[in-house]
Design a protein around this ligand. Structure first.
Ligand code: COA
Length: 260
């Protein structure tokens, strides 16, 4: 089925995934969440896709949150199911095995901030705005905000944003570590893709296992995470990429990785 609320374009190994409901500031309704699941399946399975940039359509918003019209009508069990559906698809994106960069082009509020945080890195335009305003609606975050925000910016800063619902600009988001880079709006997609290309130029298997070690390791004890890292270190030693990378260094040339 063709996607109706998302655009998914693949060029030269990079998939650009655009949430495309600009008249509703790209709010995440049930259809967007469903189609995000389909897009993640394609990202996981399509070997021509090596990395992903996620953005929002239009000049104003990345994603202005879950669709409040839908939230307003939900029963408690529907609310729980909605949260779990969104959490699952964001988790799948985070664990898709390929680097994912959010290019935050405007409002990233509620579920929009949560979508950006489920991406591995965040590049923001100078005018971008971040926040978790759910408490203003008598709700809490449902798509991972209470889980990922403290891990990214620390408990105190996360709680300030989560408990006040305050919105912050890109410069403040950068200062607290919520975004990696802030760039002029007209350079946003180019800078996000440039950052992604730097990652894609590294050993592909190494990149995959570093992502896996960090995503899984954060939920482990230090000893478990260190063991996982050591296992990956050993595993990568069996790859052609590791032999190529180390030989290229010793021979003072650029490596040509094969992803094997
Ligand atoms: N859910 C559903 N619709 C939304 C939405 C959301 N999260 N955010 C914006 N929209 C809709 C508005 O209802 C409006 O639709 P309409 O033109 O059919 O009335 C349209 O998008 C434009 O939004 P508008 O509020 O008119 O733009 P603005 O520039 O005045 O304000 C925001 C922008 C982002 C400050 C404001 O839209 C807002 O506060 N949105 C909700 C943010 C939020 O609480 N998100 C967390 C949800 S859990």
């Amino acid at each position: 089925m063709p996607l109706t609320t998302l655009l998914l374009d693949v060029t030269d190994g990079i998939a650009r995934l655009t949430v495309n409901r600009p008249d509703k500031l790209n709010a995440l309704d049930a259809m967007v969440i469903h189609e995000l699941g389909e897009a993640v399946t394609r990202i996981e399975q399509d070997a021509t896709i090596r990395g992903v940039v996620v953005t929002g359509a239009g000049p104003k918003a990345f994603v202005a949150g879950a669709d409040i019209a839908e939230l307003a009508a939900q029963t408690p069990l529907e609310g729980k199911a909605r949260a779990q559906a969104g959490q699952l698809v964001f988790r799948r994106l985070e664990r898709c095995g390929k680097p994912v960069i959010a290019a935050v082009n405007g409002f990233a509020l509620g579920g929009g901030c949560e979508l950006a945080m489920a991406c591995h890195l965040r590049v923001a335009s100078e005018g971008a705005t971040f926040g978790q305003p759910e408490v203003k609606l008598g709700l809490g975050p449902g798509y991972g905000g209470t889980v990922r925000l403290p891990r990214l910016v620390g408990k105190g800063r996360a709680l300030e944003l989560l408990l006040t619902g305050a919105m912050i600009g890109a410069a403040e988001a950068h200062r607290i570590g919520l975004v990696n880079r802030v760039v002029p709006a007209e350079r946003l997609l180019a800078e996000a893709e440039e950052l992604l290309r730097v990652i894609l130029a590294q050993g592909p298997l190494a990149v995959r296992l570093v992502l896996e070690a960090v995503e899984a390791g954060l939920d482990m004890t230090v000893d478990e995470a260190l063991l996982l890292e050591a296992g990956h270190f050993g595993l990568l030693s069996a790859t052609a990429d590791m032999r190529e990378g180390t030989s290229a260094f010793l021979e003072r040339r650029k490596p040509g990785f094969s992803g094997r």
